[in-house]
Design a protein around this ligand. Structure first.
Ligand SMILES: [Zn+2]
Length: 538
């Protein structure tokens, strides 16, 4: 392969141009209907095909078979434009200003009729780099363009172009090319080049190209050279300096199994490969974010996400709350890495914290605090307080709730499980805080009596009470009058949650102390596990 792929596979007509269908359609229509503008501005990030598109337009305008959206590619004009030696196509790169210095001269030549083509086409790349005087010279020509002159301007930064120039151009914005389309094109090219490849390798290359087809093809060139003729995942990873993300899955897998030794072994392997452990924590947080997304808004996961299936599978294995927790621990761990005695210690400490907080069984649902985003989505998630016992302790409920529930919600049972109820009603902000700090006392007719501990008396604002009353009324589909007094046993949702958090913390400390691999670590590193460093982050 002597010719670089990016050059060899540069699209030569509109049909070959990948990822810019909207622009291609508009320009094709204009060409077909002979509605020609004298100046076009193509905008978009680097490598999305601006100058390629400009050259195709130049061919469409000058093809000897006539102006059309399908230049023949065979006539002298087409061939010469492809080869970059068509006398009436003047290409300038405003970024290298040697030619731009004599912009005025160049533009003066625009007055003369084309030598061999139909139109004199000026392609000015990175046009925003032109000096003010160069813009002024161009503006003159744009104001009174000779009929045989076409300007095709391209830029990554249209903001820097004077409005006077902008207003005289027909503007097209080229998009970043989606990962799937880049991958598809790489596959296409490799097929035609007869080069073996595996799909994960192409995903890596396409992702690294960040929307630029030119970059993707240059990377592919390198990958072919690097892999000695084959484009394989391992060699592409090595070439890109990309970490094998497999370790991320090993870590999460070990966490799910609560397998401490496997976790530390993975950390060892990573350290042995001199991976950046800070980057690892960042990638771990990124992955957890994807997992959370898969659990709550699966449609937000891109179809072309390379590890989509794995991410979705993880979403099923871990419960939503644990994912949130692990995410928090990962980002805090990364933040604190600079404070750790060394990177490895900081990293393993973070893993230990994670270990302390994942459920005992894989996918096991630990008694969790309410997840308000998806109330009762999973019947397996039960509250710490189960209704029968709660009712036992509140015998008055049955007597006072006289009205038969006409709606779907058995009101007395639900009220007695106040904590659960608070997770279901639509109430936020301070009113939610008030609800969290209340206990249910009694329901008498439409009068709903709640109590709030003395310590949280400040929450007793009419506005919050009103909001809570509305939310409860909406939930039960009946009018309720909420009356709140101070007192109570202190077993408010907020307090129960606090106790659970403390219990979880105690369990975390205990499990860290008890874990044999942590003990090993303590011996090997002569380290001490600080209780205050273990926090259930919520
Ligand atoms: Zn032609």
């Amino acid at each position: 392969m002597t010719l670089a792929l990016a050059r060899k596979w540069r699209p030569k007509n509109f049909a070959e141009l990948v990822g810019q269908e909207h622009v291609v359609r508009a320009i094709s229509n204009a060409l077909t209907q002979n509605r020609l503008h004298h100046a076009y501005l193509l905008t978009g990030t680097r490598g999305v095909g601006k100058t390629t598109l400009a050259r195709i337009i130049a061919k469409a305008l000058n093809c000897e078979t006539g102006v059309s959206a399908t230049p023949c590619g065979k006539c002298t004009a087409c061939v010469e434009i492809d080869a970059g030696r068509f006398v009436d196509l003047i290409e300038l790169d405003a970024a290298s200003n040697t030619q731009v210095d004599n912009m005025r001269e160049l533009l003066e030549s625009a007055l003369y009729a084309p030598t061999s083509g139909r139109f004199k086409v000026y392609i000015i790349d990175e046009v925003h780099m032109l000096s003010r005087s160069a813009f002024n010279a161009m503006l003159k020509t744009l104001e009174e363009p000779p009929a045989h002159v076409k300007f095709i301007l391209a830029t990554t930064d249209p903001q820097k172009i004077p409005v006077t120039v902008l207003s005289r151009c027909l503007q097209f914005n080229l998009k970043q090319i989606p990962l799937t389309q880049i991958r598809g094109q790489l596959e296409n090219v490799l097929g035609k080049e007869g080069v073996a490849f595996d799909v994960p390798a192409l995903n890596l290359l396409a992702r690294a190209a960040e929307g630029s087809m030119r970059d993707a093809l240059s990377l592919l060139d390198q990958a072919i050279a690097h892999g000695a003729g084959k484009v394989g995942e391992a060699s592409v990873r090595e070439m890109l300096g990309a970490v094998d993300r497999g370790y991320l899955f090993s870590i999460l897998d070990a966490l799910c199994r609560r397998d401490g030794p496997a976790l530390i072994a993975e950390a060892d392997r990573m350290a042995a490969r001199s991976l950046s452990l800070e980057t690892a924590l960042q990638e771990l947080a990124t992955l957890l974010h994807r997992v959370a997304l898969a659990q709550t808004i699966p449609e937000a996961l891109a179809e072309d996400e390379p590890e989509r299936d794995t991410v979705i599978a993880l979403g099923r294995k871990l419960n939503a709350e644990d994912v949130q927790l692990l995410y928090q621990i990962a980002i805090h761990g990364r933040r604190d890495l600079g404070l750790a005695p060394d990177e490895f210690a900081g990293f393993t400490m973070t893993l230990m914290r994670m270990l302390a907080f994942v459920p005992v069984e894989p996918g096991g649902k630990v008694a969790a605090s309410p997840a308000p985003a998806r109330p009762a989505a999973n019947p397996a998630v039960t509250r710490a307080v189960d209704p029968p016992r709660a009712m036992e302790s509140q015998p008055r409920v049955e007597q006072t709730a006289t009205r038969p529930a006409a709606d779907a919600h058995p009101i007395d049972a639900e009220l007695s499980d106040w904590r659960n109820l608070v997770g279901r009603i639509k109430v936020g902000g301070m009113a939610r805080m008030l609800a969290d700090n209340c206990e249910f006392r009694a329901l008498q007719g439409d009068n709903l009596d709640l109590v709030v501990p003395e310590a949280h008396k400040h929450l007793l604002e009419k506005a919050y009470t009103d909001k809570l009353q509305t939310a409860l009324g909406d939930y039960f589909g009946r009018k309720l009058r909420v009356r709140i007094s101070t007192g109570g046993s202190g077993q408010t949702p907020a307090e129960i949650e606090n106790q659970e958090r403390q219990a979880k913390l105690a369990k975390a400390i205990e499990s860290i102390d008890a874990d044999p691999f942590v003990r090993d670590l303590v011996e090997n590193f002569d380290a001490r596990v600080k209780d205050t460093s273990i926090k259930p982050v919520q």
